[in-house]
Design a protein around this ligand. Structure first.
Ligand code: GDP
Length: 455
């Protein structure tokens, strides 16, 4: 979708009232349009802010500070103008309308960045990093977005691409000279090189799982007997009273969910009905929903109360049938109260993973640390780099791995070099797709559809 150097305009700051608002323009007509609006020539010194009484002919718009970037040394590679005005939506509307009347058009979502990509200012994975940078809500997401934006993943993939091309060139030499057989040491060397590439692919794929946790967060469900403090914990984690907290057993009848960040992981938290034997009908409905919520959750927080007999927890434990992909964290709450004598017996000492007191706000941080340990630290060792690949990149890497495995098999079983080369070319094209070298419109459309206007 190359739109040439048509001049585009959009608000670059959030809509609404604010101290300032920035309208951004990019394209060939930036200077001329501005001069026509002001009715005079301007001195265009790049990268220096200058003051202008912005007007459209006789009509005053606002006092503005403009910053001009001359193409190709700009974000989009074209002439770019940022106009900083007072943050009133009416003023912004007037600025944009004035430029539209001069022949500019409204930018499409992500169009500034798309132009940057087309001008070679950013690579595709960097664009994805930029998208992530805007949506990041945890430190970890931000760090990963910055790494992508810096081009860490792109560099890693380019190194892989080089290696593949080296082996491919070697292989194709034999295709060009069919009278020569590939000698065994060459076979061995090619295999070794491809194995090294596959290892790198696998390391990146190990980061994909962690990437999902970092990007999408996890869903966790709080379960436990009535009155152990499930709703209190839920509320504390959310720092607001979303669930009903009550002394009567069985009042949290439905499943309530909300999002929070704990241990630097975005978590969709589900608060559920308590489990007890003598439930009435409405409660029974709530309990069946609890079981549904259990099913969806990746993390089950089983809350117990320190002042209660640990034998009672067994009612819940008996119903906790975990799938292999679900993790359980046993949380002992109300540690501020006098513990039930049995809790202190050696046999019951290992019945919980962390102790907290919601009432005293104690142990919540270490609960976060435990969650982080389960979902991030345990995988961090496997994922060698900071790059946590996203779903699109994962598909490319998995495909590349498949083609490379077949190429290696081909080398082992001495398939004709043409066939091995075919597999390697397929792997290479996956790497190219990941890097955006192949410029598939569809892929670009999908990525940019998540951007908002003005970016
Ligand atoms: P739920 O039925 O498991 O959701 O339990 P609630 O969150 O409604 O809490 C039941 C009662 O225990 C309420 O009176 C809470 O104030 C109280 N509670 C919750 N956490 C603690 C705690 O850490 N210490 C003490 N002493 N009381 C708590």
């Amino acid at each position: 979708m190359r739109t040439g150097t048509e001049t585009i305009v959009a608000l670059a700051t959030p809509p609404g009232v604010g101290a300032l608002a920035i309208v951004r323009l990019s394209g060939d007509g930036v200077r001329e349009m501005t001069e026509r609006l002001l009715g005079r020539k301007l001195q265009w010194v790049p990268q220096r802010a200058f003051f202008v009484r912005l007007r459209e002919g006789e009509r005053e718009i606002d006092d503005a500070v403009m910053t001009f970037w001359e193409g190709p040394r700009s974000y989009t590679g074209e002439d770019v103008l940022e106009i900083c005005v007072h943050g009133n939506p009416k003023i912004v509307e007037q600025v944009i309308a004035a430029y539209l009347r001069q022949g500019a058009r409204l930018a499409l979502p992500g169009e500034f960045t798309r132009r940057a990509l087309q001008a070679g200012k950013l690579g595709l994975t960097q664009v994805e990093g930029l998208g992530d940078l805007f949506s990041a809500s945890t430190e970890r997401e931000l760090a990963n977005a910055r790494s992508l934006l810096r081009g860490d993943l792109a560099k890693e993939m380019e190194a892989m691409r080089e290696k593949l091309i080296e082996v491919l060139a070697q292989l194709e030499a034999y295709i060009d000279f069919p009278e020569e057989d590939i000698d065994p040491p060459t076979y061995g060397m090619m295999r070794e090189r491809l194995n090294a590439v596959i290892e790198r692919v696998e390391r990146l794929l190990a980061g994909a799982k962690m990437g999902r946790v970092v990007r999408d967060g996890i869903s966790a469900v709080i379960v436990g007997r009535p009155n152990v403090g499930k709703s209190s914990l839920f509320n504390l984690l959310l720092q607001e009273r979303r669930a009903i907290v009550s002394h009567r057993p069985g009042t949290t009848r439905d499943v309530i969910d909300a999002e929070c960040v704990i241990g630097d992981i975005r978590m969709r938290l589900l608060d559920t009905a308590g489990i007890r034997e003598e439930a009435d009908e409405i409660e029974a409905e709530g309990i069946s929903r609890t079981k549904e919520a259990w099913d969806q959750a990746q993390l089950i927080l089983h809350v117990m109360a320190a002042d209660e007999d640990p034998e009672l927890d067994k009612i819940v434990t008996a119903q906790l049938k975990l799938r292999p992909d679900q993790r359980l964290l046993r949380v002992l709450n109300k540690t501020d109260l006098e513990w039930h004598p049995r809790r202190t017996y050696p046999d019951y000492q290992h019945e919980f993973d962390c102790r907290i007191s919601v009432a005293k706000h104690e142990g919540i941080e270490s609960l976060g640390e435990k969650i982080k340990e389960i979902f991030i630290s345990s995988q961090a060792a496997e994922a060698s780099t900071l790059c946590l690949v996203n779903a699109r990149q994962t598909v490319c890497l998995e495909n590349a791995k498949g083609f490379l495995s077949r190429a290696i098999l081909g080398l082992e079983e001495k398939w004709p070099p043409e066939i091995i080369s075919h597999e390697m070319r397929a792997a290479l094209s996956e790497v190219d797709e990941l890097l955006g070298v192949t410029d598939h419109e569809e892929v670009l459309d999908r990525i940019f559809s998540q951007f908002c206007i003005g970016k």
